[in-house]
Design a protein around this ligand. Structure first.
Ligand SMILES: Nc1ncnc2c1ncn2[C@@H]1O[C@H](COP(=O)(O)OP(=O)(O)OP(=O)(O)O)[C@@H](O)[C@H]1O
Ligand SMILES: [Mg+2]
Length: 183
């Protein structure tokens, strides 16, 4: 996988599969500190200790027959390659909290990719009872996208409506361009 946005998509899919009703995605481009941080937090069903140990072990995950997959260990691997760190906290019944950190200008740090596309893609699988909050900062500039706020404005229309998604994708693209141009 080339782009970190595709890893993020995979991790959000995990949260949706874990029946989370609140998912929070945070991307922090702390360029002046040469750090990139990606956080994904959910209030889904969480993982027991045994699952948690297994998802952290890439060898275990590659050897099993799809009982445990590759999504988490691949993101962990991507952060390791860029001299970063990976942390996962999870509690059954409470949720899961994932943090991946990267050296921003590391030669092996994968590009972030198209975050607008990733978030827009997630909106299509968002049920009426699930909210997604996406916070993206670049140095001191921040863009915030919150389906809770958007739903208040939409009233009758569902957020996973095709036309709404294409409108929101443009909104995401513009918001991300704005924080990258502000410097
Ligand atoms: N947010 C989460 N909440 C609860 N359980 C999770 C969460 N993320 C991962 N898991 C558990 O960890 C396992 C491994 O996740 P991972 O993304 O590495 O692989 P996968 O989703 O099973 O397969 P793949 O991502 O390769 O299609 C999942 O099958 C699930 O049991
Ligand atoms: Mg997965």
């Amino acid at each position: 996988m080339e782009d970190l946005s595709l890893h993020i998509l995979d991790i959000i899919e995990n949260s949706l599969a874990a029946e989370a009703t609140d998912i929070e995605v945070q991307v922090e481009e702390r360029i002046t500190e040469n750090i990139l941080i990606i956080k994904i937090k959910d209030n889904g069903k969480g993982m027991d200790k045994e699952t948690l140990v297994n998802v952290l072990d890439p060898f275990y995950t590659t050897k099993t027959t799809r009982a445990v997959g590759l999504g988490l260990s691949m993101l962990a691997q991507a952060s390791k390659e860029a001299d970063g760190s990976f942390d996962i906290k999870s509690k059954p019944g409470e949720g899961t909290d994932i943090t991946a950190q990267f050296v921003y200008n590391h030669i092996d740090r994968k590009p972030l990719g198209n975050m607008a596309e990733t978030i827009a893609a997630c909106l299509a699988s968002l049920g009426p009872g699930t909210d997604l909050r996406y916070r993206h900062s670049r140095n001191n500039n921040e863009f915030l996208f919150d389906t809770k706020e958007i739903r208040k404005i939409l009233s009758d229309v569902e957020i996973n409506n095709v036309e709404i998604i294409s409108f929101l994708k443009k909104h995401l693209e513009e918001g991300l361009i704005e924080i990258s141009e502000k410097e």
